[in-house]
Ligand binder design. Sequence first.
Ligand code: FES
Length: 94
Amino acid sequence: MLAVQADGGAVQTIEGLATNGELHPLQRAFRQEHGLQCGFCTPGVIMASTALLDLGRELTDEEIRHGLEGNLCRCTGYENIFNAVRSAIAEVSA
Ligand code: FES
């Protein structure tokens, strides 16, 4: 999306996820599950994952993988990232 397309909209970034110094459940889960990639990929995946959490329900593994498929990285596998997202969804949905 071009920046001009967001004119008048709300833009949330990784820096805005923590609240009063407390990490967002996704940030905690990524740290716990070692779902870390580079400084481009990690924020991108976490922000894409917030949309999955915002659905407010448990998701199937296929739904999680589909929700993350727009984040492309060939540096490593996605298993730790997948585990982190699944863990955060379980925590928030409980
Ligand atoms: S970890 Fe970011 S491009 Fe691969």
